[in-house]
Design a protein around this ligand. Structure first.
Ligand SMILES: [Zn+2]
Length: 250
C-alpha cells in the first residue's frame, strides 16, 4: 500500500511537471510569435513608438509616402503630384541620393518632404547590431545634409522592420519613426488595377499610405489614384503636416 501511494505521488508529480513544461513551451511559443509579428508589422509599435496614421483626422487629409528612391521614376511622380497640387513624403535611401542629387534637391524645391530610409537599405537590416543601425541612419543623414543642406527628423526602417537593435538606435538618435496604415504592396502586386483597388478599399482619412518610387507601375497607379482622391475631396499633405510634427525638437 505505501508503495502504491509513493508511486501515485510520483505519477502526479511527473504529471504536474509535464503540464508545466507544456505550459512553458506554449508561453515561449506565444512570446516568440508576438515578437516575430512585432518585428515585421510596424503598425503595432511593438519595439519602438511608431506613427502610423493621424487618428484624430477631422479633415480628409492623407500622407502619400514613397520609399527607396530617388530614382528616375521619382521625376514622373513629382510631375503628377504637381498636377494635382499634392505634397508627399519620400523616404530616401542614402545611396540613391548620392546617385541622384539633383532629383533629391528637386523634391524639396517642389515642397515635398524627405525622410531617412538608411544609407544602404541592407537586406540584412533586421540582423544589424545597434551600432550598425545607428551608422546606417547617420550616414543617410550625412548624405541628405551634404546634398540639400537640410535635416530630417523622420525615419522609416527598411521593410518596416523594428527590433531591439532598431529600438536602441532610435532611442540614441531620437528620430520619429514613421510607419503606415495603408500598404499598397506596389512592389509585390503586378496588376496596377489591383493595387489601386487595394489602397482604395482600405482608405480612411488620416492614412499614411506606403508606395515605392521605383517602378512605372506605381506611376500608373497614381495616374488613376490622384484624380480619384481629388474627386473624393481628399487632400495629400506631408507627414509633418498630417501629424502636426512641426514643433518637434530634434
Ligand atoms: Zn524600403
Amino acid at each position: 500500500m505505501p508503495c502504491f501511494v509513493v508511486l501515485a505521488f510520483f505519477a502526479i508529480a511527473i504529471g504536474i511537471v509535464y503540464e508545466l513544461w507544456y505550459f512553458l513551451i506554449a508561453v515561449l511559443c506565444l512570446a516568440s510569435c508576438f515578437t516575430a509579428w512585432g518585428a515585421f508589422d510596424i503598425r503595432l509599435g511593438y519595439f519602438t513608438p511608431t506613427y502610423v496614421k493621424q487618428k484624430n483626422s477631422t479633415e480628409k487629409l492623407l500622407a502619400l509616402t514613397f520609399d527607396d528612391g530617388p530614382t528616375p521614376f521619382t521625376a514622373d511622380i513629382m510631375a503628377l503630384l504637381d498636377q494635382y497640387d499634392s505634397k508627399a513624403t519620400f523616404f530616401c535611401i542614402g545611396k540613391q541620393m548620392e546617385r541622384y542629387p539633383e532629383l533629391t534637391r528637386q523634391l524639396l524645391a517642389n515642397g515635398h518632404q524627405i525622410g531617412n530610409h538608411t544609407y544602404s537599405h541592407s537586406t540584412n537590416f533586421g540582423f544589424l547590431s545597434t551600432d550598425e543601425v545607428v551608422a546606417e541612419i547617420e550616414k543617410c543623414n550625412a548624405v541628405l545634409a551634404k546634398c540639400t543642406q537640410t535635416q530630417t527628423s523622420l525615419f522609416r526602417p527598411p521593410f518596416g522592420v523594428t527590433n531591439p537593435s532598431v529600438a536602441r538606435a532610435v532611442k540614441q538618435l531620437k528620430p520619429l519613426v514613421i510607419g503606415w496604415s495603408n500598404r499598397s504592396l506596389d512592389t509585390v502586386i503586378t496588376d496596377e488595377d489591383r493595387i489601386f483597388r487595394r489602397v482604395v478599399r482600405k482608405l480612411q482619412a488620416g492614412d499614411i499610405i506606403l508606395f515605392h518610387d521605383t517602378s512605372a507601375r506605381t506611376v500608373n497607379v497614381l495616374r488613376k489614384f490622384l484624380p480619384y482622391l481629388k474627386a473624393e475631396g481628399y487632400r495629400c499633405v506631408s507627414v509633418d503636416d498630417l501629424l502636426n510634427l512641426h514643433n518637434h525638437e530634434k
